[in-house]
Design a protein around this ligand. Structure first.
Ligand code: ZN
Length: 250
């Protein structure tokens, strides 16, 4: 049984990523898994790709990672995201590109299913409401899964009924530093929040420890120098809003 560090949505934010890895190193985790979106939005995509590949035991592909190496995917993004993806694509070497191209959509580590966004048919669906949560829980083939994508730390659970249906769905936001038990007799999907672009009105970088022995999850929040990243974004000439949102965690 294993303690797994879950990290997601680094988004080219090297300062936040380094701060999280220092916090992870201070913990006794057995594995580090990355739930995708290493790049996009942030100023240091290449460094983040290299650091993710050298530190994480398993990584799945995110929609920004995919769009950074496949131009045809970018139409689905808003202008600011697309602009940062074009910057990211210019920065990535052919080696970085081949690294990202090796990433699978889904993986399984120590009995935990991993995906960037959902285990449902639509791989990049946001688990914002109960119907989306049910579609994802229905696609889960293990008792516990982990996803990122929404940049909100949280836990959705449901009871597996006959014929594969999911009932009694619950959703809880996961506050930092509180150990939360995974509901018994239910299937659960954990979201550790975002390392590099939190959107839950808390600017601190977010990650989570999933402890399969105790069946608990604990989100951890880590302060880092947000203004330094904001200056890097401004120096590159990326939209200022991408730096401003980091200050407020939105
Ligand atoms: Zn993301």
């Amino acid at each position: 049984m294993t303690r797994i560090a879950l990290i997601a949505d680094i988004h080219g934010n090297l300062d936040a990523f380094r701060a999280v890895l220092a916090d992870v190193a201070a913990d006794r985790v057995d594995r580090i898994v990355c739930l995708g979106d290493i790049v996009g939005y942030g100023p240091e995509p290449c460094e983040c790709v290299e650091l993710a590949f050298s530190t994480c035991d398993r990584i799945v592909l995110g929609n920004h990672d995919e769009a950074a190496i496949d131009e045809s995917m970018r139409f689905a993004f808003n202008d600011r995201a697309r602009e940062s993806l074009e910057f990211t694509a210019e920065q990535l070497s052919s080696e970085h590109r081949s690294m990202l191209a090796t990433l699978p959509d889904r993986a399984r580590v120590d009995g935990v299913s991993l995906a960037h966004a959902s285990f449902g048919v639509e791989p990049y669906e946001y688990l914002y409401n109960e119907d989306a949560a049910i579609r994802s829980l229905r696609g889960l083939r293990t008792r516990v899964g982990a996803v990122g994508h929404t940049h909100h730390p949280g836990l959705v659970s449901g009871r597996q009924a006959l014929a594969g249906e999911i009932e009694d769905v619950t959703h809880q936001t996961l506050p930092g530093h509180v150990v939360v038990a995974l509901p018994a007799d239910a299937v659960s999907i954990v979201n550790p929040g975002s390392v590099g672009q939190p959107r839950d009105r808390n600017p601190d970088a977010s990650w989570a420890v999933l402890d399969m022995a105790t069946q608990t999850v604990q989100v951890r929040r880590v302060a880092y120098d947000v203004q330094a990243v904001q200056r890097k974004i401004a120096a590159i000439g990326l939209p200022g809003m991408l730096g401003d949102r980091l200050l407020v965690g939105a």
